[in-house]
Design a protein around this ligand. Structure first.
Ligand code: A3D
Length: 320
């Protein structure tokens, strides 16, 4: 069987880490694309030389030409610029929207059958715009945020309870970061819901509330420490788990920014919800009953996404 092809658009911190993980896991051959000349080529060469040491078979190449992503099975998009001092949110939105236009058209023209995972921020708006510009089916374009947010939540819960991260399942809905909606009732240690663990005296409501808060500002905490960039190891690992579920038809249930068509009372927006990812991309959106607090939290997320889309449509009239 021919090897799969993984195209990574953006060869920055996350792009390079994605390339390393994809090669180590032998998901397929890897093409790193970036507009910066030399960066994708240099990283590809460096990563190729890990092969003999780590014992993986994967061709890793770097390019500045979209033609080289032709026929890719999976595309993971991290292209964009971070917000710099003095730049407004709308300035950033305008710049990254232009990037999504170029990337979307590059995917449309070269690998329209790919499964596309967007990571570029502001995530919920960029994944929507990328889908619009690429014209791919909605089930084949998805945003990565929930896997990362729930990984952060699970990490802190495992530390709190002093248990293996493997025994923790956590559940988040909604947007990335501030508007994330953690569902504590569905977060468990080996199936025991966190509220039950509080009743058992294993933690307190105050401590869990603090963990929820720390999770929601988890990205900012890392930016504050790194000072020159944002998190990249866990974001890359999260996107790779989504790619693996697609390539292996694993049908994993993962929280992703997915296109909704009436689920959770939302139509035509990308919102963070649990979905099943298999060989057809997003095969199902899992709708769960929410209590009033979670519903209100999700509504805040939805309103924030709507506001961003209005701004996008104001910047690029082809999106209106
Ligand atoms: P960084 O290391 O700056 O890499 C971005 C790369 O994109 C750079 O190499 C740029 O040269 C490249 N680039 C810029 N414009 C284009 C273009 N038009 N075409 C192709 N490449 C281009 O950033 P990073 O890898 O740390 O982060 C990438 C993105 O992910 C940013 O938007 C972050 O905000 C976002 N991010 C999202 C999450 C989520 O959970 C959603 C988490 C962490 C980072």
């Amino acid at each position: 069987m021919a090897r799969k092809k993984i195209a990574l658009i953006g060869a920055g911190n996350i792009g390079g880490t994605l390339a390393h993980l994809a090669a180590q896991k032998e998901l397929g051959d890897v093409v790193l694309f970036d507009i910066a000349e030399g960066i994708p080529q240099g990283k590809a060469l460096d990563l190729s030389q890990c092969g003999p040491v780590e014992g993986f078979d994967a061709f890793i190449t770097g390019t500045n030409d979209y033609k080289d992503i032709a026929g890719a099975d999976v595309v993971i998009v991290t292209a964009g610029v971070p917000r710099k001092p003095g730049m407004s949110r709308d300035d950033l939105l305008g710049i990254n929207l232009k990037v999504m236009k170029a990337v979307g058209e590059g995917i449309r023209d070269n690998c329209p059958d790919a499964f596309v995972i967007c990571i570029t921020n502001p995530l919920d708006a960029m994944v929507w715009a990328l889908r619009e510009f690429s014209g791919l089916p909605h089930n084949k374009v998805v945003g990565m945020a929930g896997v990362l947010d729930s990984a952060r939540f699970s990490t802190f819960l495992a530390w709190e309870f002093g248990v293996s991260v493997r025994d923790v399942t956590s559940f988040v809905l909604g947007g990335h970061g501030d508007t994330m909606v953690p569902i504590v009732e569905y977060s468990t240690v080996k199936g025991i819901p966190v509220p039950d663990l509080i009743k058992m005296g294993r933690s307190t409501q105050e401590r869990i509330d603090a963990i929820v808060k720390r999770t929601a500002s988890g990205g900012g905490e890392i930016v504050g420490l790194l000072k020159t960039g944002s998190a990249f190891y866990a974001p890359a690992a999260s996107a790779i788990s989504m790619a693996e579920s697609y390539l292996g038809d694993q049908k994993r249930i993962l929280p992703c920014a997915a296109h909704l068509t009436g689920q959770y009372g939302v139509d035509g927006l990308y919102v963070g919800v649990p979905v099943m990812i298999g060989k057809d991309g997003v095969e199902q959106v899992i709708e769960i009953d929410l209590d009033e607090k979670a519903k209100a939290g999700l509504q805040v997320s939805i309103d924030a996404v709507k506001e961003l889309l209005v701004a996008c449509k104001g910047i690029d009239s082809s999106l209106a």
